[in-house]
Write a protein that binds this ligand. Structure first.
Ligand SMILES: [Zn+2]
Length: 406
């Protein structure tokens, strides 16, 4: 009987769960939830955040004078008094959360909820979940993104790097949306002519015209933005990429891709890219440069592929189309930094993810871009590879009065 059961053929081949899918269903993926967070006392929350910021809740540098000591803790205020300068400070003094109005535990809850989303969580949803105003949650999320952009999207990578550029906003992006990429349909069997429906002659209306081919040198629309990504492959096979760096550019020209590559990859690196002529000079800067022709396939027979970079592009696209919905060009780099962080921490447990996020957000000092946002102090520029560019806000102009109702 046992042998007969063993020989019974499977009805369909069961796909082996590998990589991140197996991880997400494992025990280790979830080690902390809202119940645990809810159970933490006010003091435990302060200790938790202090450990993320300074690595200790006992000894820390004073944010005012820098004295490193076991400062006097004032339990009623949850603040420390500096042994050097005598000033007091809290666990968020001198960080992006300085002068916060929300209680620390609420910040932690919103941040935890946000960190758990696979490609993000909309600010409006968090607003409904946590009963906070939209501007509060919007600036809070952007402060977290600022921490990731300034504290995480930095540093030189060394190893095998995959690079790619993608249209992420603007007219060119809308034209390409939902269209198959070149190479995706090669090798399809041809349908014999006698089986095809006769073409109506002459075709009067055949839908919207195909987008024109855009030469690089042609004038590009002003709202065009490209996401340039660099991802370092893991040294162990099957683990995907381990580190991601992003940049936003106006074009995927040789100057911009070279600027990004030399900023983020060491000269000893091996860089992989597609056959775009912009990457042609890379063998000058790096130990090796390999290319993949996407019209021939997604991976060459020797295994050369650019799929880690492409996989990040898809995550970013899911974020833009499913979470942000109408991301402004001005904050595109902030959103991309968020997606890079989500991609890189995809195999961290829930508690480690929260710790990682807080550590990045609390390590960049005061917010440069979001302090006084509700009072009209907005970042005036877009952060591009070509250099900062003055950006127009979307809201009402400062001092403009709303139109009277008719
Ligand atoms: Zn001090």
């Amino acid at each position: 009987m046992a042998t007969a059961a063993a020989e019974k053929p499977a009805l369909f081949p069961i796909r082996k769960r590998t990589g991140t899918a197996a991880y997400h269903l494992s025990k280790e993926a979830v080690d902390f939830g809202f119940e645990e967070l809810e159970r933490m006392t006010k003091r435990q929350v302060v200790t938790f955040v202090a450990e993320m910021r300074w690595g200790s809740a006992k000894e820390m540098p004073c944010p005012h004078c820098g004295t490193f000591d076991e400062h006097y803790f004032r339990p009623l205020e949850d603040r420390w008094k500096c042994k050097g300068c005598g000033k007091t400070f809290s666990v968020t003094s001198g960080t992006v959360f300085a002068d916060r109005k929300l209680p620390l535990v609420k910040i932690l809850k919103v941040a935890f909820s946000w960190a758990n989303g696979a490609s993000g969580k909309p600010a409006l949803q968090l607003r409904r979940d946590w009963n906070v105003s939209y501007p509060t949650v919007f600036t809070l999320l952007h402060k977290l993104r600022e921490g990731l952009l300034r504290g995480f999207n930095t540093g030189i990578l060394c190893g095998v790097q995959e690079m790619d550029g993608m249209d992420v906003n603007g007219r060119r992006y809308k034209e390409k949306r939902n269209r198959p990429q070149a190479g995706g349909r090669t090798g399809e069997p041809k349908i014999p002519a006698h089986l095809l429906k006769p073409e109506p002659s002459p075709p009067e209306f055949v839908g919207p015209p195909d987008p024109p081919k855009h030469a690089k040198k042609a004038k590009q629309p002003a709202d065009r933005r490209l996401l340039i990504v660099m991802r370092q492959r893991s040294v162990s096979s099957g683990k995907g990429a381990v580190a991601t760096r992003i940049a936003i550019a106006l074009s995927e020209s040789a100057a911009t891709v070279t600027a990004v590559a030399t900023r983020f990859a060491s000269a000893e690196s091996v860089v992989l890219s597609d056959e775009d002529p912009s990457y042609a000079g890379f063998s000058k800067y790096f130990a090796m440069h390999k290319t993949i022709n996407h019209s021939k396939g997604y991976a060459l027979p020797d295994g050369t592929n650019n799929n880690q970079a492409e996989s990040f592009n898809w995550r970013m696209r899911r974020g833009v189309e499913g979470i942000y919905l109408s991301a402004s060009n001005k904050y595109l780099k902030d959103y991309a930094a968020e997606q890079a962080w989500r991609e890189d921490t995809r195999r961290l447990s829930t508690s480690k993810k929260l710790r990682h996020l807080l550590h990045a957000a609390l390590s960049v000092g005061m917010s440069l871009w979001w302090r006084g946002y509700s009072h009209g102090a907005h970042r005036g520029e877009e952060l591009l590879v070509e250099g900062p560019m003055a950006a127009r806000g979307r809201g009402r102009k400062a001092g403009a009065k709303p139109k009277p109702p008719r």
